[in-house]
Write a new protein. Structure first.
Length: 237
């Protein structure tokens, strides 16, 4: 399963959104699903999608990382280089805390309700049990989860954009994310005991915790709600 850094590129104006993924295929599927529904958290990317339509966008892998590399720190290298520039759709400057400094309407959760009432949960559950998908709906749903055919002209634009001097890494030395951009991680257990690890790799090896679990906890800043490390939290030192 490939992991690393990807871009969602608008081939019409060469603007892009950059992010990290533990599974490129799954990450693209989630992005496309939200964009097609009009519910993507990044309002700039969503607006561009509405204006230029789906065929103008492509998902491109720009950097693959090995399993020991700190994927969030690697993403931060790209964010700090591009966020705020006219050609970048990204809003957040820090992958480990995407909502930092975003207040009011700039925050993706502005005006949203965080929990349902018990009555609402019961009504949603009852409605879900009664609803049966038709074959037509199933076909439509499967089709929406599949990719689209990219025209040859679009492929040529992508190739030209990512070749030679158009490639971000052209003439540059790639950073060693496993050693140069790793940060110490602080773990707090359910009893409130705090332990500091030299890197995310050291944390995973010491606690035998899977990379997606550790990365999600670090990125969200939330306490784990299930599994052997329920009520634990992790943050960068």
């Amino acid at each position: 399963m490939a992991r690393g850094i990807y871009k969602i590129i608008n081939v019409i104006n060469n603007k892009f959104y950059v992010g990290s993924a533990e599974d490129f295929t799954r990450r693209k599927r989630v992005h496309w699903w939200m964009l097609r529904r009009g519910t993507h958290a990044n309002k700039h990317l969503q607006s561009a999608w509405a204006k230029y339509k789906e065929q103008a966008f492509t998902f491109v892998i720009v950097e693959e990382l090995n399993e020991i590399a700190d994927i969030l720190a690697a993403e931060n290298v790209w964010l700090k280089e591009h966020v705020g520039k006219i050609y970048c759709y990204n809003i957040a400057m820090d992958a480990t805390s995407p909502q930092t400094g975003m207040y009011g309407e700039k925050n993706s959760m502005f005006g949203k309700t965080f929990t349902h009432t018990e009555d609402a949960k019961a009504r949603i559950g009852a409605a879900a049990k009664l609803r049966i998908q038709t074959e037509e709906e199933k076909v439509k749903r499967r089709k929406s989860m599949q990719g689209h055919i990219v025209p040859a002209s679009v492929k040529e634009k992508i190739s030209a954009k990512l070749s030679g001097e158009g490639n971000f890494w052209y003439g540059k030395q790639r950073p060693d994310h496993a050693e140069k951009v790793s940060k110490a991680v602080v773990a707090t257990d359910a009893a409130g005991n705090i332990t500091t690890y030299s890197s995310i790799l050291a944390l995973r090896e010491a606690l035998n915790i899977k990379p997606p679990t550790a990365n999600r906890a670090l990125k969200s800043g939330k306490v784990l709600t299930r599994g052997p490390y329920k009520n634990w939290s992790f943050k960068y030192a």
